[in-house]
Design a protein around this ligand. Structure first.
Ligand code: GDP
Ligand code: MG
Length: 173
């Protein structure tokens, strides 16, 4: 069986911890999840008849100070780059996060996907159109999903998609 290590990266407040809780525990809260007290959560999934353990790591808030260390990136096979569709600066910072990934994980192959979260919010609050997200993803040659941790829109789809891409490059898949 495979263990696939994934990371959630993106600005503080975009909903990384919420996406993780939704994916691993089918749970959502309106609070900032700063006291999660865990490093990662596991969820067993099945892909094309093969059992895979997804181990998804979340930051403990270090992203606020841009002090994510090389240790956090170590062993990561995939990274979900998350922004908030109602927060343009979180979108603009994705480029910086990609640069940071390149600096810290030059030794191994890392699959990436782009995730625009909080699409349940009122359309009047939207600051980043779908087309801008898609264009950025195309520029980096990665997949793009708009999600809602609150309503559970596309959350499984995003995690399964990156897991499938990783599985395809693993030795016995
Ligand atoms: P993190 O700092 O990236 O881990 O963000 P959190 O997961 O702590 O979420 C920050 C805030 O955004 C919290 O108040 C969450 O309830 C809220 N939030 C997260 N995801 C969503 C979402 O999909 N929709 C809405 N409306 N709020 C969300
Ligand atoms: Mg968090």
């Amino acid at each position: 069986d495979h263990l696939i290590k994934l990371l959630l990266i993106g600005d503080s407040g975009v909903g990384k911890s919420s996406l993780l809780l939704r994916f691993s525990d089918s749970y959502f809260t309106t609070s900032y999840i700063t006291t999660l007290g865990i490093d990662y959560k596991n969820r067993a999934i099945e892909l094309d008849g093969k059992k895979i353990m997804l181990q998804v790591w979340d930051t403990a808030g270090q992203e606020r100070f841009r002090t994510i260390t090389t240790a956090y990136y170590r062993g990561a096979m995939g990274i979900l780059l998350v922004y908030d569709v109602t927060d343009e600066s979180s979108f603009n910072n994705i480029t910086n996060w990609i640069r940071s990934i390149e600096q810290h994980s030059s030794d191994n192959i890392v699959n990436k996907i782009l995730v625009g979260n909080k699409v349940d919010m009122d359309e009047s609050k939207r600051a980043v159109p779908f087309s801008k997200g898609q264009a950025l993803a195309n520029k980096y040659g990665i997949k793009f999903f708009e999600t809602s941790a609150k309503t559970n829109l596309n959350v499984d789809e995003a995690f399964f998609s990156i897991a499938r891409d990783i599985k395809q490059r693993l030795p016995d898949s």
